[in-house]
Design a binder for this molecule. Structure first.
Ligand code: FAD
Ligand code: NAG
Ligand code: NAG
Ligand code: NAG
Ligand code: NAG
Ligand code: NAG
Ligand code: NAG
Ligand code: NAG
Length: 543
């Protein structure tokens, strides 16, 4: 079905041929849709959750949670069908029928994948999106400090529901409210509580998923290997996760938040340099991250370069101030910089919501006005960078392509260092002093703008090489980056996948391959960065 193959055929024949192809495709399409209602226990309801190009709401459903506008162009491959299951049998039908009619599956929960892998493919194959948006119930068990969360629920919805029940319970996941619990937790998931409680994936006690044979599994029936794999190994390689049982964590009634912004100069370079020696060694109740960014202000394209120190302390300001005086006096923190508040309000503040804004905003899934095209990358730092490295970052953030770019440094240590590298697939534990997120956003349309900004971040990434982890240069799967390697469309060899796989998972990659081999030996659940089964490696011995 490659367009080139018809171009060499005389035109009338080509026309005829393409009609036949369209007719054949339409046929498969029709049979696929019939198959869905046949295989769903609830055939009356499945038609209400199927969207094809013929349904007027197809585009709006596709766009609804699509976060990176880089993948919202006419050139982005579109799914043949979107299914928004409201019943487990809808997922089972989608899996069975996709297998029967040779469709690939993309599973979407919150749609925040940096490379859009939950709703697009770079492969030349028809695909279906299973969009979990309507499976989003949350039930909180305050007495046992646990909750069941369906994957379509966002982090904001989860936090809202927890806070509704108790001001002293929380969950240690990301602070951005629109991120989906499905992708986030299956890739690890860090947030402002990570130094105290680890990652979201470190706090999962059970899960519900559908496997390649359409079976509904819980922790007991899936077994400990598969349960291990889906907590940080990325869900998309193993099946469709439906819900997580999470462990809620304790937070005090009063927490303190501060945001210290400084225009970036020589003094600030020294301050950031100092932060590298301090942040990962602080008591685990204190989290201080750093943003280095460049922002355009005004219509003249003026640039502001600044460093922002943003912090959550699990306690009151009268305890925080002496602690800061002792451990990080260089920052010059004063009481006026601090806000004492509740944990849920700290989430609001970290998101820049105005004080007095209703918590209801956490329930909203998307805010269209803040979506843009972006490209991001990640790094891990094991030794403090020299000051000169920070000056090079400053120089790069001053370039025209960096009009909306930032680097953020996330301090590790605390609980992150106590958890073993193999406890879950996420391997970046003791020895990592902080993680870097590199991010560039842009508003202009078109390939040119896209290429300029992508080139900018690639150059920055290359510049950072001497200062970050090596062999492998580690990366975080939730900051998905296809530049670090991809699976080819047909067979994926172990060797090919291990290039990106070791960066995300290091020594855990091999165990993920073993789990994949036992649960999905034919590699049905695959994408550009899915774990390959060993069988494909065996079949392809010449590599
Ligand atoms: C604005 C923004 C803020 C962010 N903030 C943070 C942060 O603070 N901390 C952090 O750790 N990360 C953060 N991230 C990254 C985020 O954790 C990842 O992008 C995460 O994978 C998103 O999950 P999702 O469900 O929204 O994404 P999706 O795009 O829906 O899914 C991501 C991947 O998981 C797969 N997947 C999704 N649902 C399922 C399922 N039910 N079963 C099987 N596979 C599934 C998808 O196929 C895809 O491969 C942020 C991202 C953005 C865009
Ligand atoms: C089928 O779906 C309808 C509508 O969503 C629902 O009311 C009904 O309970 C479902 N039936 C079964 C057997 O699940
Ligand atoms: C999409 O269109 C088909 C055919 O008209 C219809 O059966 C189906 O219910 C529509 N889907 C939704 C979600 O309305
Ligand atoms: C399912 O999700 C779509 C898209 O958000 C929405 O339009 C629709 O009303 C939802 N259906 C149900 C039954 O919740
Ligand atoms: C807490 O867990 C116990 C044991 O699993 C269970 O019997 C009890 O019902 C749970 N409490 C609530 C409020 O669900
Ligand atoms: C932007 O720069 C111009 C001159 O370069 C200056 O006159 C103007 O005040 C600046 N605007 C802001 C908002 O800083
Ligand atoms: C934080 O405190 C400052 C100063 O006390 C106050 O002006 C500001 O409104 C507070 N911010 C929030 C989000 O509560
Ligand atoms: C979206 O965000 C903008 C700017 O942050 C804000 O002004 C607006 O109220 C938000 N819209 C909704 C619907 O929340």
């Amino acid at each position: 079905m490659k367009p080139q193959s018809t171009m060499i055929v005389p035109s009338t024949l080509a026309l005829l041929l393409s009609f036949q192809l369209i007719a054949a495709a339409a046929d498969t399409h029709e049979s696929f849709l019939q198959c869905l209602s046949l295989h769903s226990e609830n055939s009356t309801s499945i038609s209400k959750v199927i969207y094809t190009h013929y349904n007027s709401s197809y585009s709006s459903v596709l766009e609804l949670t699509l976060q990176n506008l880089r993948f919202s162009t006419p050139a982005t491959p579109k799914p043949l069908v979107i299914i928004t299951p409201i019943h487990v049998s809808h997922i089972q039908a989608a899996i069975k029928c996709s297998q029967k009619y040779g469709m690939q599956i993309r599973v979407r929960s919150g749609g925040h994948d940096y490379e859009g892998l939950s709703f697009r493919t770079s492969y030349n194959a028809p695909f279906v999106i299973i969009d979990m948006i309507n499976l989003s119930s949350i039930s909180i068990d305050v007495e046992n400090k646990t909750a069941w969360v369906q994957v379509g629920a966002t982090l904001g919805q989860l936090y809202y529901r927890i806070a509704e029940k108790s001001p002293n319970l929380a969950f240690p996941a990301g602070s951005c409210p629109s991120v989906g619990t499905g992708g986030h937790i299956s890739g690890g998931g860090w947030g402002i509580l990570l130094r105290k409680y680890g990652l979201a994936a470190d706090n999962i006690v059970d899960a519900h998923m559908i496997d390649v044979q359409g079976r509904f599994l819980d922790r007991k029936s899936m077994g400990e290997d598969l349960f291990w794999a889906i907590r940080g190994g990325g869900g998309a390689s193993f099946g469709v996760i439906v819900a997580w049982k999470i462990k809620l964590v304790d937070v005090p009634s009063t927490v303190t938040v501060f945001t210290v912004r400084r225009p970036w100069d020589q003094i600030v370079t020294k301050l950031v340099h100092r932060w590298q020696h301090v942040a990962h060694k602080l008591p685990e109740d204190l989290f201080i991250m750093v943003f280095l960014r460049s922002l355009s202000s005004g219509t003249e394209g003026n640039r502001t370069m600044e460093a922002i120190f943003q912090s959550l302390f699990l306690g009151g300001v009268e305890k925080l101030l002496p602690l800061m005086q002792e451990r990080f006096p260089e920052l010059g923190l004063v009481k006026e910089d601090c806000n004492e508040t509740s944990w849920i309000q700290s989430i609001m503040i970290f998101n820049g919501f105005e004080s007095g804004e209703s918590l209801d905003i956490l329930l909203q899934r998307t805010n269209y006005s803040d979506r843009r095209a972006f490209k991001a990358k990640s790094d891990y730092v094991r030794e403090p960078m020299p000051g000169i490295a920070l000056e090079g970052i400053y120089e790069r953030l001053s370039k025209v392509e960096a009009e909306a770019a930032q680097l953020f440094f996330v301090p590790y240590g605390g609980k992150m260092s106590e958890i073993s590298e193999s406890a879950i697939p996420f391997p970046h534990r003791a020895g990592n002093i902080y993680e870097i997120g590199h991010l560039v956003l842009w508003a202009e349309d078109g390939i040119d703008a896209s290429q300029r900004h992508i080139n900018w971040i690639r150059e920055l990434y290359s510049y950072m090489t001497p200062y970050v982890s090596k062999n492998p240069r580690a990366a975080y799967i939730n900051y998905r980056d296809l530049d670090i390697g991809t699976n080819s469309e047909g067979y994926t060899s172990y060797k090919e996948a291990s290039v990106w796989g070791k960066k995300y998972f290091n020594h855990n990659f091999d165990r993920l391959v073993h789990v994949k081999t036992s649960v999905d030996p034919d590699n049905f659940f695959r994408n550009e960065q899915s774990i390959p089964p060993l069988s494909s490696w065996k079949k392809n011995r010449n590599d």
